[in-house]
Design a binder for this molecule. Structure first.
Ligand SMILES: *[C@@H]1O[C@H](CO)[C@@H](O)[C@H](O)[C@H]1NC(C)=O
Ligand SMILES: *[C@@H]1O[C@H](CO)[C@@H](O)[C@H](O)[C@H]1NC(C)=O
Ligand SMILES: *[C@@H]1O[C@H](CO)[C@@H](O)[C@H](O)[C@H]1NC(C)=O
Ligand SMILES: *[C@@H]1O[C@H](CO)[C@@H](O)[C@H](O)[C@H]1NC(C)=O
Ligand SMILES: *[C@@H]1O[C@H](CO)[C@@H](O)[C@H](O)[C@H]1NC(C)=O
Length: 479
């Protein structure tokens, strides 16, 4: 059963590769700050560029890792810094030296980043993830946005998202953040049951969830997402249905659903074995996934990516950068960037991260040569990322970039899955191509004549098999 590993946010899921370990000296060019135009043309990092060239474009997205949490949740193996509790007086965080020092280093990292083109376009999306970014005082968030504007420019209509946890912000703080430009809130709700929240080691309870929703609404945030976790210990189907029902009632414009992944080094990893009581069995987890897909779609949400749902027009632009294999910057401890075709993960420990930034400032980095580019790896990344989405794999651009042979071999390995309905073939207008038409094409090679325009995984059963199906495609590309 392959359910478990597929819900990991891409932030950690994309393997870092292609950066040689050797130390080399890179020139740090001083680039004059770019002031942003009032409104950005949306084709900055063009949709029409060949898949082979996308990674050469300058990024227009930035991920910012703000690692602070009250305490570590029992399932979490992210690079975080637990501050301990000071919830009675939220103002206490204002001058916490750990937060001040980290944010100072983070801004230095942004400023020391090497820009490859003197006229790189301003950022169109910024995502503050964590950790619990909403623990960081707004004036320090402002310093990060200033550093980004100074270095890259930020479009006035940029999507600026922040992960926020119930119980860590009030109306005043959210309004301040909105004044700084934050216009999308990703609310870490996870569950609607006191016992489950406690069992996860979450710092908030159900009351804080409702309060947070009320605050988000009263501040008039149009774009907000609720994050939920399925397959928690002691979670039953009816408890899960209740969480989904309450989520639907709250009417967020976006919902992210992650299946619990039990990591070795976490408290859950010590306490529980995957698939064994009190964790749900793999079959139950799969059922949770199907129920989420059915209930959310029935409530008008578009299931546009394996773990993401949204009301029409509310896809997360930042995350779409990932699915489209477009480049993005990342700043902060443990964060992973994709610039110039190179995925690079920063150190996960504070001390090493600080050293890394210091080296960056004096021009010492483990930077890559330009020619480590491998077309097969790129083809696999494109397959893996695009098959996570409901748009699926765009065969026209894939063919233009990588030729016919990969498509032919992918179609061959997918043949039984087209028959079983896990893989769906679409024409250029997004209409489903009948299975027998697909099968008969193996004699007349119709994938060459562009009728077959997209391959996608079916929802929910194809998505549930995504790991297996993506591995099969990998085998077809690089046998
Ligand atoms: C470069 O990478 C090597 C090995 O991965 C590491 O030991 C070294 O500290 C890194 N250097 C810098 C400047 O980050
Ligand atoms: C946007 O697209 C147009 C037409 O494809 C192109 O001429 C223009 O250079 C692009 N602008 C940017 C900033 O890439
Ligand atoms: C899990 O589901 C599969 C297919 O639906 C079924 O064949 C199998 O018996 C189930 N396993 C358990 C332990 O319920
Ligand atoms: C909400 O998100 C949509 C889709 O990205 C965007 O068009 C809209 O401008 C956003 N609204 C606000 C108030 O930021
Ligand atoms: C977007 O990606 C981030 C990781 O960068 C992830 O934590 C988040 O849940 C994703 N979904 C949304 C709706 O932001």
């Amino acid at each position: 059963m392959l359910l478990k590993s597929m819900f990991v946010p891409l932030f950690t899921a994309v393997p870092a590769r292609g950066h040689p370990g050797k130390l080399s000296v890179c020139s740090v060019r001083n680039v004059v700050a770019q002031r942003c135009p009032p409104n950005c043309r949306q084709n900055g990092s063009s949709n029409t560029a060949s898949l082979l060239l996308l990674h050469k474009l300058p990024p227009i997205s930035a991920y910012i890792h703000l690692p602070f949490c009250r305490k570590r949740c029992h399932y979490c193996d992210f690079p975080i810094i637990a501050l301990g509790s000071s919830s009675s007086n939220p103002g206490n965080d204002e001058d916490d030296p750990r937060i001040l020092n980290y944010l100072e280093t983070l801004c230095r990292e942004i400023k020391a980043t090497k820009l490859d083109s003197a006229n790189s376009p301003p950022l169109e999306t910024v995502f503050f993830g964590g950790g619990t970014p909403s623990l960081v005082p707004p004036r320090l968030v402002s310093s990060v946005l200033d550093a980004l504007s100074y270095k890259f420019g930020v479009c006035s209509n940029a999507e600026i998202s922040m992960e926020m946890d119930p119980g860590t912000f009030g109306e005043g703080k959210l309004k301040e953040l909105m004044n700084l430009g934050v216009n999308r809130v990703s609310l870490g709700v996870q569950a609607f049951q006191e016992e489950l929240l406690r069992a996860c080691g979450r710092a908030h309870g159900v009351r804080e969830v409702y309060e947070a929703v009320k605050i988000v609404k009263s501040c008039g945030v149009e774009n907000w997402s609720m994050d939920l976790i399925s397959s928690l210990p002691h979670q039953t189907l009816s408890i899960w249905e209740q969480s989904l029902q309450l989520t639907i009632q709250a009417q967020p414009t976006h919902v992210s659903v992650y299946d619990l992944q039990v990591e070795q080094e976490t408290k859950f990893g010590v306490l529980y074995s995957p698939g064994e009581f009190p964790l749900p069995s793999d079959n139950q987890s799969a059922e949770f996934y199907r129920v989420a897909s059915r209930m959310l779609r029935d409530a008008g949400y578009d299931h546009y990516e394996i773990s993401s749902y949204c009301k029409s027009g509310y896809r997360c632009k930042h995350n779409s950068t990932y699915w489209k294999n477009k480049p993005f910057y990342a700043f902060g401890m443990g964060s992973a960037s994709y610039v110039d075709g190179v995925r690079f993960s920063r150190p996960r420990r504070l001390k090493e991260y600080m050293d890394y930034v210091q080296n960056l400032e004096i021009g010492l980095t483990n930077c890559s040569e330009d020619d480590i580019f491998d077309a097969k790896d790129l083809a696999m990344d494109v397959v893996m990322l695009s098959l996570r989405t409901s748009d699926g794999l765009d065969l026209k651009s894939f063919r233009e970039a990588f030729g016919d042979s990969h498509i032919l071999s992918i179609c061959e390995v997918y043949r039984p899955y087209v028959e079983s309905g896990h893989v769906i073939c679409l024409d250029g207008q997004g209409r489903t191509i009948a299975v027998n038409e697909f099968l008969s094409s193996f004699s007349n090679e119709f994938w060459r004549n562009e009728k077959l325009a997209y391959l996608r995984l079916s929802d929910p059963d194809g998505f549930l098999l995504s790991n297996e199906l993506i591995s099969l495609a990998f085998g077809a590309i690089a046998p």
